[in-house]
Design a protein around this ligand. Structure first.
Ligand code: 9YW
Length: 445
């Protein structure tokens, strides 16, 4: 890890280094999530990356999102991965052959190969940020024209999440797979443990050769379970109705839902920019209202944390992770006060052992807390960027500034690692992670 830039690094130098990371991972129109570990375009990574590009080249930022949405499915889903045609099948596992998305009539044909699931919808948040940066500059007209072409695609994407991923109209989005963003989070442990894993065709993990030690990544047992779920999704031809009828990993995801609420607020702003119809606005407003009441229904009366709902058992997943604070992502949530108390508490950013007062992926007070393992303890800068935005949008400027300062200080010391040890600040996962560099650029702006 080429890390520890030290406290003396100026903001300008940090920003220059961050821009270098984006340029190094730039494939010409789209950006690799990381140099070796993730040689493709990941959906929510590309949204954060666009937020970063906005500070370097605002037109390039729009291109990032246009390219991603070229691979949008006919049902509106924006796929988790758009594969790099030049990377070759051994560059990352699972590869396009394992996903075999051609079993679905909705998968794109003749565009790009994709995976068959999705990730949190940060895209409208990114495009709104791009618009903010472009407005009043010489790029304004071009960017507005680009947003006009993207707007209906963003609508289709949000409609997919609001309808196909929530057939009962609960207001909560269903997630089908840990790879929909938060891989080995303990949020999924109970559901995964219940799985009866069937025949998984033989496979070779590619991820372990790109990290310092396997303890920073999901276990082999977790991978078997992830891949068994993939086989089942394939058998269902990635059909949302069939999946909701019979499939063993159905979780109403509070984080995914809260990001969608935040993204719908951003989309309302974009509706102004492109002069959208009043029916489009009404549709977005109805999604916001539904998402907000959905989240309110998940907040635990005792702790004030939002808990995912495991549809397999009908019970809340009572694990303290960053996701529990998600009412903070909605400026108008009625549950903000308790979420703020949780944020400040020893269970989260107020834990006395933390090197920086930031939100760890899993609470240090959980028994399963594992400070070097991926989503089971380390700090992820992009998660903190979302909470910073939520604090700022909710008018909590003191906390927002403190979180921004802590985050920038961590990046000066840790570098643009994928994630880091919350206590020691050890850089973990991939180095030169695009989205980490991207949020640094936005924080510095
Ligand atoms: C993997 C690219 C992706 C992120 C996910 C993160 C990880 C892929 O990397 O998943 O192989 O584990 O969990 O959120 O989009 O950065």
């Amino acid at each position: 890890h080429p890390t520890s830039h030290g406290t003396t690094l100026t903001d300008t130098a940090l920003g220059d280094l961050a821009a270098d990371v984006l340029r190094a991972n730039d494939m010409g129109g789209w950006t690799k999530a990381a140099p070796l570990l993730y040689p493709h375009q990941w959906s929510w990574d590309s949204a954060f990356v666009a937020i970063g590009w906005a500070q370097v080249d605002v037109r390039r930022a729009m291109t990032e999102q246009q390219r991603l949405f070229e691979a949008q499915w006919a049902n509106g889903m924006v796929p988790q991965i758009v594969f790099n045609p030049l990377a070759g099948p051994d560059s990352y596992f699972p590869d396009p052959a394992r996903w075999a998305v051609e079993v679905s009539p909705d998968a794109p044909v003749g565009v790009a190969e994709t995976s068959g699931i999705c990730q949190p919808p940060v895209h409208a948040i990114a495009v709104a940020r791009i618009w903010e940066v472009a407005a009043g500059t010489e790029a304004e007209a071009d960017v507005r024209a680009e947003i006009r072409t993207l707007f209906p695609k963003l609508m289709a994407w949000h409609r997919y999440l609001a309808e196909h991923r929530d057939p009962s109209g609960s207001g909560l989005v269903t997630t089908y797979h840990p790879w929909e963003g938060i891989d080995n989070s303990p949020r999924w442990d109970a559901v995964l443990e219940r799985l009866e894993v069937g025949d998984v065709p033989a496979y070779v993990r590619r991820d372990l050769s790109h990290v310092a030690d396997a303890g920073q990544r999901p276990s082999n047992d977790a991978y078997d379970r992830f891949l068994w779920l993939l086989e089942l999704l394939k058998r269902h031809r990635y059909d949302d109705a069939a999946i909701h009828r019979s499939y063993p990993f159905l979780v109403k995801d509070v984080f995914l839902t809260s990001v969608l609420v935040m993204a719908n607020q951003a989309l309302l702003g974009l509706a102004d920019a492109v002069g959208a119809t009043s029916s489009a606005r009404a549709e977005i407003e109805s999604w916001i209202a539904r998402g907000r009441s959905g989240i309110a229904s998940t907040v635990d009366t005792e702790t004030g944390l939002a808990y995912d709902l495991d549809l397999g058992t009908g019970t809340p997943v009572e694990i303290r992770t960053f996701a529990g604070l998600c009412p903070l992502l909605d400026a108008e949530s009625g549950d903000r006060d308790r979420a703020l108390k949780n944020l400040d508490s020893e269970a989260f950013a107020g834990h006395p052992d933390l090197r920086w007062a930031m939100v760890p992926s899993t609470s240090p007070l959980e028994e399963c807390f594992d400070p070097r393992n991926y989503w089971r303890g380390p700090v992820w800068p992009i998660v903190n960027w979302l909470y910073w935005r939520g604090l700022r949008d909710g008018g909590d400027l003191v906390r927002a500034d403190a979180l921004r300062e802590a985050s920038l200080d961590s990046l000066r010391h840790v570098g643009f690692a994928e994630y880091f040890h919350p206590v020691t600040g050890e850089a973990l996962g991939s180095a030169m992670q695009s989205w980490t560099a991207a949020v640094a650029l936005d924080w510095l702006a």
